[in-house]
Write a protein that binds this ligand. Structure first.
Ligand SMILES: [Zn+2]
Length: 89
């Protein structure tokens, strides 16, 4: 049984064309990725640009939060060390 799914383009609303699908193993589960493209190449270019912008933003955000987490970890470790030293004396 094949399910027909609708996947309109976010820019022009036209039905996107299937390009390829592949399986990806993430941990214990296998997810199926599907790549589609807009029937209008010019529109797809814009979509790609938007996607890239969004990805860059996400990466920047992730890096920032990782940095913050790292800083917190260092601060906690430092605090623990000073507390230990105090107890020894
Ligand atoms: Zn489009």
């Amino acid at each position: 049984m094949k399910k027909k799914f609708s996947n309109p383009c976010i820019r022009c609303g036209r039905e996107r064309v299937f390009v390829r699908s592949w399986e990806e193993k993430i941990g214990e589960s296998i997810i199926v990725n599907t790549q589609t493209t807009c029937p209008n190449p010019e529109c797809q270019k814009e979509v790609d640009k938007d996607n890239k912008k969004q990805r860059d933003r996400m990466t920047a955000m992730r890096n920032k939060s990782l940095e913050r987490a790292e800083e917190r970890k260092i601060a906690r470790t430092a605090q623990r060390l000073t507390q230990k030293n105090k107890k020894k004396k």
